[in-house]
Structure formats: structure tokens, C-alpha cells
Ligand binder design. Structure first.
Ligand code: GLA
Length: 521
């Protein structure tokens, strides 16, 4: 779609939304460059070198080498990005930016070629101002957008971080759109990172402008800074999605200023928040412990989940914070994060994550790799500044409530006897042949019926699968009261796919009150 058509359709969608006729989804208005459908993973030198002399071509090539030799490329790290201080203080006579020959004696194209030769991508930096942020005053892109975008494209740049310094008070949206349009015209797909520090609430306007936008000022390598970025970013989940991400700044993992627990919290929360995972440490000096954090594939999988949902905060009480992230396969990721100075128990429930009712859930601890099951409570003792990360999946199978089943004539869905799950239970007619029928999805090896029987006699049923009786006259014994619920389980061999499960009363009493049917494997 051309730029003008893209704007026209975006404007039309906005006008319709404003008129109240339709609700346009934010994704429909996202930047249409097709890039960063999952958050970017890679490296940027700023947090480790700033403008120091060790920021050189040799360092960056070494990082690209380590991406391969240390297995970082294999787990998804792709972008090798350079930050401020790569250029000379003046443009050349043609008005082009010039790489500093002391740092980059072979120029930027040669470096990008080297990075590409490793199967990786290359990113660069400039500012939406007259100069970049460093006090040495390197030239910025304001008023030079197309020339600079074309130069970057000619060098093989794949990613641009566009900063906010020396912006001359020009409107932010105008400045960042100018570079977006210039990149689009450069003829090369270039991921576009808006580094405006959250000053003009870019989450409210930048989805059609950039692939990610900083939501905060600069991070530093200490707990207070890092957790402050998480706190500022975590309320913005609704604005993130494939191709347009909130950016709470680059990683400090490996730079030495935080404990292992704190770096795990940093990495884990960034993954929960679908934030960019841009390593900010000099990988030549990083400890094996910190490599293990950066290479934790279970945590990376949360960040790179194709659904692209940022975690939301389920609760935050005096520094004890529960985050939940919806994942593409229906699982949930839950973070129990302790921002306080002492160990504390942090708890939530499977139900609070919206995962849906199930007889039990598997909790996989993404740091220890241990698994355990729970019927609903998700709780852990969490040391100071640590974060327990669980991947939560329905392990016991799937629950089908009786209130969503089909009842034969005379049956009703009631809720007058407490203790049922969901919103009620099936009260079948008191007659031979009275039935309750569920549409379910296999596979399963057992059927478990939740029920209550407040009478003194068992209420037997025939259980059929797809019209064939697989268990005849199964008794549902008395439970002592209509408010006392119990279960009856029968083994079954249910193949994958759709099935009909029916219970049919064989006596004039009809079936017991039925609460749910659990399918389990
Ligand atoms: C700003 C940015 C940082 C970094 C520096 C470089 O402070 O926010 O991420 O790029 O500029 O000068």
C-alpha cells in the first residue's frame, strides 16, 4: 500500500472509530513495514561502552562472532546494533554522515557485510535532532532524513534507533514520521526504533510510525533504575502487539551492577512485557551465569510468543507484583515479582489468569525447570528482588461445565445448591431416559463427572460416546446432601477430535445433579 493510501485508510478508520460506528483495533493502524512481528532480539553497545574508546569495529565484529560461537544466534539473537559516537562530528562536502575512521577504519558497509556474513542483521543510530546526544555533538538527522535513510540503506542497515536529542522543539510526531517516510522510500526494509523516552506518550500515536518506542528515560545498571523502568512500562500492555512494541530500554544483564536474582528479574520482566531483548553488555566479558540468563530459551519463548501480548498486572500490593501473559497455545506465563527488601510469599490463581477451568494445572518454573501440579493456587516464597516465573498449562485435561451441556426435555440448569463450579449445574428431569449431553474434544483416557446426590439411592446412568454405550448403569452414589459434591470417573479411550458424551438415566429418579465433565489424559 502506498504511503498516501496507508494514511487515507488510517484516517478513515480513525474517523469511523470517532463516530462510534466501529472499533478499530490498534493492530489495524500499525506501521505496515512487515517487520518485528515479535520483539527484536540482539545487541547494542551503549550500556557497556557509551562513547568510550573500546567502541570499535573490532568490538562489534567480536560481538557478531560471539553471537555464533556462544549460541546466541541459535536462541534468536539477530540484530547487532551500534549506538551513538560512530560518526565524525561533521558531514562531508556531499552532506553525508561519515564513519569515524579511528573506530571504523573499514567503514560501516564493510561492518554490516561482516555481520550479514554471519547470518545476522545490522543496526545503526542517529537522532531526530540537529545533533545526537553525546556532548561531542555528532550530526543528527533532522532535515536530512531522506539523505541519511538512503545512506543507511546503501550500507545494508536493517534497524535504525532514532533518538530525541537536540530536536529544536519541533513536534515529535512530525520528526518521527519524517524518518519513517524516508526509510519507507529508501527501498530497504529497516526496522524503526523510536527513542523519544516516552516524553510525548508515543504509545498513543507511534504504532503507525515505528516498530517500537521507548517508554522511559535511560536505564542504568542498578536495581532502582531497572525496576523503575518495569514499573513505568507495565501499565502499557494495551498498546503493544506484533510490529509495534513498548520499549523500556536495553538490557543491563551482564554489566555487573545487579545480583543474579535482579538480573533474572530484569530479563524475566522484559520477556513478560514483550520488550526488546537487546543485550547491553560486552559479551567478551560476561560470566557464564549471565550467559545462562540471556540464553534461557523458556524465558525467551515468552518474549517471542507469536501472539505478541504484553503481560498485564494482576495485582501489585506494596511491592509484591503478579504479572500474567497470554500465550499463543493458550498457556499463561505468570511472574511473581518481589520488589521489596525481604522474602515474601506471592500468590495468585489459575483462574485469575483467565486460562479457563481445568481439573489441574502444570506449573513449570522457568528458572529451575522443575514442574509441579496445582488445582488452582499459584504461589511461591520469593526472595527479595527475585521473580518466580511459571509457565501455566492445563494439565489435567479440560473441564466442560454442565451448564453448557444439552439437557433432554424437562432438565434445567440450576444454581440453588452451593458448591458447584462455574455458574450452575444440570438438574435432569426425574425420568428414565433423561439425559445430559456434552460436545467435547479428545483425546482423553478418563471421564470424570462432578455431581451431587442428596437422596439415599444411587442414580445410575448409561455413559455413551458418539452414540455407543461404553459404560452401562454407572452408579452415582448418595453424597449426603445436595450441597455435597463428589466425582465419578470412568476410563475411556477417546481419540483426538470432536465427540459427543451423553449420560442417560436408567431409573425413574433421573440422573444426579451434574456439575461438570472433565476430560483427562
Ligand atoms: C540517549 C539514548 C540512549 C543512548 C544515548 C547515546 O540518551 O536514550 O539510549 O542512545 O542517547 O548518546
Amino acid at each position: 500500500m502506498s504511503l498516501s493510501r496507508r494514511f487515507a485508510s488510517a484516517l478513515a478508520a480513525l474517523a469511523l472509530a470517532a463516530s462510534g460506528l466501529v472499533l478499530s483495533s490498534p493492530a489495524a493502524l500499525a506501521l505496515e513495514n512487515g517487520l518485528l512481528r515479535v520483539p527484536p532480539m540482539g545487541f547494542n553497545n551503549w550500556n557497556s561502552t557509551q562513547c568510550k574508546a573500546d567502541f570499535t569495529e573490532g568490538m562489534i565484529k567480536g560481538i557478531a562472532d560471539l553471537f555464533v560461537s556462544k549460541g546466541l544466534k541459535d536462541v534468536g539473537y539477530t540484530y547487532v546494533n551500534i549506538d551513538d559516537c560512530w560518526a565524525l562530528p561533521s558531514r562531508n562536502s556531499a552532506g553525508d554522515l561519515v564513519p569515524d575512521p579511528a573506530r571504523f577504519p573499514h567503514g560501516i558497509k564493510s561492518l554490516a557485510d561482516y555481520v550479514h556474513g554471519k547470518g545476522l542483521k545490522f543496526g545503526i543510530y542517529t537522532s531526530a535532532g540537529t545533533k545526537t546526544c553525546n556532548k561531542a555533538g555528532f550530526p543528527g538527522g533532522l532535515g536530512h532524513e531522506q539523505q541519511d535513510a538512503n545512506l543507511f540503506a546503501s550500507w545494508g542497515v536493517d534497524y535504525l534507533k532514532y533518538d530525541n536529542c537536540n530536536n529544536q522543539g519541533v513536534d515529535a510526531q512530525q520528526r518521527y514520521k519524517a524518518m519513517r517516510d524516508a526509510l519507507a522510500k529508501s527501498g530497504r526494509p529497516i526496522a524503526y526504533s523510536i527513542c523519544e523516552w516516552g516524553q510525548n506518550q508515543p504509545w498513543t500515536w507511534a504504532a503507525p510510525v515505528g516498530n517500537l518506542w521507548r517508554t522511559t528515560g535511560d536505564i542504568s545498571d542498578k536495581w532502582s533504575s531497572m525496576i523503575g523502568k518495569a514499573q513505568a512500562n507495565r501499565g502499557l500492555a494495551q498498546y503493544a502487539g506484533p510490529g509495534h512494541w513498548n520499549d523500556p530500554d536495553m538490557l543491563e544483564v551482564g554489566n555487573g551492577g545487579m545480583t543474579t536474582a535482579e538480573y533474572r528479574t530484569h530479563f524475566g520482566l522484559w520477556a513478560m512485557m514483550a520488550a526488546p531483548l537487546l543485550i547491553g553488555s560486552d559479551l567478551r566479558k560476561v560470566s557464564e551465569d549471565d550467559f545462562a540468563i540471556l540464553k534461557n530459551t523458556d524465558v525467551i519463548a515468552l518474549d517471542q510468543d507469536p501472539l505478541g501480548k504484553q503481560a498485564t498486572v494482576l495485582s501489585a500490593n506494596a511491592g509484591l507484583v503478579v504479572y500474567s501473559k497470554v500465550l499463543a497455545n493458550g498457556d499463561r506465563a505468570v511472574a511473581l515479582s518481589n520488589e521489596t527488601a525481604s522474602t515474601a510469599t506471592i500468590s495468585t490463581t489459575a483462574s485469575a489468569t483467565g486460562i479457563g477451568a481445568a481439573p489441574s494445572y502444570t506449573l513449570k518454573d522457568l528458572w529451575s525447570k522443575g514442574t509441579r501440579t496445582t488445582t488452582g493456587t499459584i504461589s511461591a516464597s520469593v526472595p527479595s528482588h527475585a521473580t518466580v516465573l511459571y509457565r501455566v498449562s492445563s494439565s489435567g485435561g479440560t473441564r466442560y461445565e454442565a451448564e453448557s451441556a444439552t439437557l433432554s426435555a424437562g432438565g434445567t440448569v440450576d444454581s440453588n445448591h452451593a458448591g458447584y463450579s462455574g455458574t450452575g449445574f444440570a438438574n435432569g428431569a426425574n425420568a428414565v431416559g433423561s439425559s445430559v449431553e456434552w460436545q467435547v474434544t479428545g483425546p482423553a483416557t478418563a471421564l470424570t463427572f462432578g455431581y451431587a446426590n442428596g437422596t439415599a439411592a444411587a442414580r445410575p446412568v448409561d455413559v455413551s460416546v458418539d452414540g455407543t454405550v461404553v459404560a452401562a448403569g454407572v452408579p452415582f452414589p448418595p453424597t449426603g446432601a445436595w450441597t455435597t459434591w463428589s466425582t465419578v470417573t470412568r476410563a475411556v479411550s477417546l481419540a483426538a477430535g470432536a465427540h459427543t458424551i451423553r449420560v442417560t438415566a436408567t431409573t425413574a429418579d433421573g440422573p444426579a445433579n451434574l456439575d461438570y465433565l472433565d476430560l483427562s489424559r
